[in-house]
Design a binder for this molecule. Structure first.
Ligand code: THU
Length: 139
């Protein structure tokens, strides 16, 4: 997937902006994500933690669920922003959710330092993924 630079810049801006709204009092690790839907719209989300730690939701899933709740079913690009020295890739749970809506998605992990940006395809991050097709005949 090739994404125009202005679109990618906007996705990064929205992801960074979303991280400012993260609720991360337990980890002090704010994450922001912005996804590009097949409709050309951008949806953003941040991680939201809970005193019952396991209920925490990651920024990526929050952003994707925002898109899905607005009727989007296909995600083209996922941008993840962390205010860290190294770019952070999506966790395993988020990789699985990205696979559901964006098996061919481009994933861009960015920080405040443009030189440490990392790009992946979902296939690289989750080879051999389980997905909707594997349920064929059981639905
Ligand atoms: N986190 C994300 O938001 N996305 C990821 O892909 C990795 C982890 C959040 C969850 C938790 O609030 C904090 O980062 C530390 O794990």
């Amino acid at each position: 997937m090739t994404v125009p630079t202005p679109t990618l810049d906007e996705l990064k801006r929205r992801a960074r902006e979303a991280a400012a709204q993260a609720y991360a009092p337990y980890s002090s690790f704010p994450v922001g994500a912005a996804v590009l839907g097949s409709n050309g719209e951008i949806y953003a989300g941040a991680n939201v933690e809970n005193a019952s730690f396991g209920l925490t939701i990651c920024a990526e899933r929050n952003a994707i669920f925002q898109a899905v709740a607005q009727g989007v079913r296909r995600i083209e690009v996922v941008v993840i922003y962390t205010p860290t020295p190294a770019a952070a890739p999506p966790c395993g749970a988020c990789r699985q959710v990205i696979h559901e809506f964006g098996p061919d998605a481009l994933i861009v992990c960015c920080t405040d330092d443009a030189t440490v940006e990392r790009r992946y395809t979902l296939t690289e991050l989750l080879p051999g993924a389980f997905g909707p097709d594997h349920l064929a005949g059981r639905r």
